[in-house]
Write a protein that binds this ligand. Structure first.
Ligand SMILES: [Zn+2]
Length: 351
């Protein structure tokens, strides 16, 4: 068997990041569709895995292939679902084996028992290798025009789920949202803002950065950029999408929405820090204004399809400008070294 290149780590072992060039070709049982990798996107979860703080190798293995933000081109699909040459991304999460009530109906993003698996994160090999395989049910076709930016589909699926749930919650009563505030202008925040503009909402984005590409990326969406704290904004948004996970921003966000407001939390905090906070005042406001605060993570197939549609209808130049570094796979170590100017770093398998 010939080998393929793969970026791997030994989960739990810091600095175990490697590029191996003799990784086994993807076995047939991994899926009917054979895919040639074009790129993977890198995010904070990858950094956490590389630092040894997260991640789980497949059963019986010590190494985990990284990469959950995939983009590839179909080589062969004997099922006829996709055609050779089609652009494709692989869905990250697979349902737990029990399955729980949610996984049983394809809502694995809402898994109740935590026994789900995830490519490149938890017990399934990732997509940072020259070739991978995927079952048709976990393959998402992308518009051919998305070849330069299609690795943004995974983070977009996360915000497509967030918006899906915001709208489901909004539908509990008459709901005509006009204004949204997004806190954090990283990839998730910017993509959440993109989906907000596609809904015709007045979009505000808040981030600490006053230099770098973020302010201009927000303005290019037709949205308003703010670099001051949430509490200093003269704004009562109908929806707030929190993407920083920073405890003080999260607490300010929960108090910032107007009556019948919805706060969607998407940022993962590290915990361990305590803050003096008037919980009674927050409770009073949530009750008296019928406000909702909820958390959102991951995405199911429906959200991946919604995300593919959202990307296909977005300005391709704007999407491309989210990718601040494209690193050839041979220089993989550079790609996994964060820099303060990064928005999205992409590992390029065609170089
Ligand atoms: Zn489950």
């Amino acid at each position: 068997m010939r080998g393929v290149r793969a970026v791997t780590v030994t989960p739990g072992v810091p600095n175990s990041l490697r590029l191996v060039d003799d990784h086994p070709e993807p076995p047939a049982e991994e899926g009917a569709i054979l895919v040639e990798a074009l790129a993977v996107g890198i995010c904070a979860t990858d950094h956490e895995i590389v630092s040894g703080g997260y991640g789980e190798a497949p059963p019986g293995a010590t190494a985990l292939v990284l990469g959950h933000e995939s983009l590839g081109r179909v080589v062969e699909d004997p099922t006829g679902t996709l055609r050779p040459g089609d652009l494709v991304a692989g869905i990250v999460r697979h349902p737990d084996p029990v399955p729980c009530p949610n996984c049983a109906v394809g809502e694995w993003d809402m898994c109740r028992n935590g026994r789900y698996t995830e490519h490149g994160i938890k017990a399934l090999p990732g997509f940072a290798r020259d070739q991978w395989r995927v079952e048709p049910g976990f393959a998402v076709r992308l518009d051919p025009a998305l070849a330069p930016v299609g690795m943004l589909l995974e983070p977009t699926s996360v915000v497509a789920k967030a918006w899906d749930h915001i709208e489901r919650i909004g539908a509990r009563a008459e709901w005509q949202p006009r204004t949204v505030l997004v806190t954090g202008a990283g990839p998730i925040g910017l993509l959440a803002a993109l989906l907000a503009t596609q809904r015709g909402l007045a979009v505000h984005v808040l981030d600490l950065a006053t230099a770098g590409p973020k302010p201009e990326l927000v303005r290019a969406l037709g949205a308003t950029y703010h670099a001051e704290p949430v509490t200093q904004l003269d704004l009562q948004p109908d929806v707030l999408v929190e993407c920083t996970g920073a405890p003080t921003v999260v607490l300010d966000a929960m108090c910032a929405v107007g009556p019948t407001g919805i706060v969607c939390l998407t940022g993962v905090s590290s915990g361990g820090r305590t803050i003096d906070f008037d919980a009674g005042a927050l409770n009073r406001e949530l009750v008296l204004e019928n406000n909702v605060v909820f958390g959102s993570v991951n995405a199911n197939r429906r959200h991946w399809e919604l995300a593919a549609d959202a990307l296909a209808h977005a300005d391709q130049g704007w999407l491309a400008s989210l990718i601040t570094r494209r690193v050839p796979v041979g220089a993989y170590a550079e790609a996994y070294t964060p820099s303060s100017d990064d928005i999205k770093v992409v590992l390029d398998f065609t170089a």
